[in-house]
Every structure is written in C-alpha cells, then in structure tokens.
Design a binder for this molecule. Sequence first.
Ligand SMILES: [Ca+2]
Length: 228
Amino acid sequence: MSVLASARRSSANFTTARPAMLAFVAAAIGGMAASAHATVTNGSFEVPPVGGSFATFIGGSTVINGWTVVGDRVTVISSSYVESGITFNSQDGGQWLDLTGPSSNQASNGVSQNVATTIGQLYRLSFYVGSASNNTSILASTVDLSIGGGGRVSFTNPTAPRTTMDWQLFTADFTATNTLTNITFFNGSTPNNNLSGLDNVTLQLIPTPGAAALLGLCGLLAARRRRA
Ligand SMILES: [Ca+2]
C-alpha cells in the first residue's frame, strides 16, 4: 500500500475554536530580525531514524523524539523515499514529517510539543512546508498551526514540483503567556491530498522594542566610554 494513499473524509475545519490567548501574527518570510535561539526538540524530525523509507506513528505515540502524535497517525519519511516518480527530499537533514498519515488524511492528525517560554517574551516560530504533485492524489501542501491552544492557522506552499519536494519557509510570531507554550502542527491539506509536509521547526527570541532600545543605549554609552 502506498504510504501516501488516502482514506477520504469530511473536509477539514479551520475555524477558530476559541478566542486567541496570544498575540499571534502569521507572516511569510521577512520582517524584523530575530536573535537568540529558544528550543524546539527534534524540530527536523531526524529522531528516530526511519532508514531509507518511512515509519508511521499513531496517536498518543511519543516515539518521535520531543513530539506527541495527535489524531490518528503521522509519518516520518526519508529523503530517499520515492513514490509516483517523486523523490520526497527533506528540507533539512535526512527526514521530514508527513502530517497526513498513510491511509488516513484526517484533519486531526498532527504533532504537539510544549516548549519552555518566558512570559511576555516575543518569539518567532519558523518552519518549512513541503509540496510536490502527481496531479491526482499528491498535491500542494497545507500545514495548520496552533500556538498555545489557539485557533488553527493555515500555511500553504503552492509550489508543487512533479519530481521533487519544494520547501517554503513560513514564520509565526507570538508573545508567551505562560512558562510552557504548546505548539501543535496539524494536517491542513484537503482529504484528497496525501501530502502535508513539515520540516525544520525552530524557535527564536525576538528582542522587544524596549530591549532593543536599551541595547542601543548600552552600545552608545560603551562607544562614548571608548572615545573618552
Ligand atoms: Ca529534517
């Protein structure tokens, strides 16, 4: 059976489930510069190694290091895996995550992780969405993201080559309201699409304007001292 083969299901629900608890700004590449790293464990889905093919992990599994599988199932896929004439190359390292899960495609399929955060600190979550196409059952990917239990936000990479994966960088900024912030990625693709590619999830701290101004002031004072 094809790893990307589907079971059809009712359409995904992308509506906001509850009022946003976080200042949540989603954006494409660009914007203000981010600084020091915070930690997402196994954001590149390299652990556990799945050999040259793929491995499926069912809901509740914590075998994908750092992540808990939610919904029905998800699949970690090797860069060397080939199907329908497409080489499913990763964006980073040798593996990536297909959120659709083989023979599943449920909108509830995903992976979840609690990351340590500082209340009031602004963060930037970065990740890549991978797309490819066979024009029938493998199509441009959508990944949904929920931060801190907030509503799902969809990120689609419309570039879907016929022989390889295309990976597009997306970012989502949020201000932490707790010392642990939940990050959950869901399958956002339509039920007839067997691809929702995710790789290279990272988190960075972003200096607040006040902190940036303070740093600038410290630099100015240091320069004056050097001149004195
Ligand atoms: Ca990877």
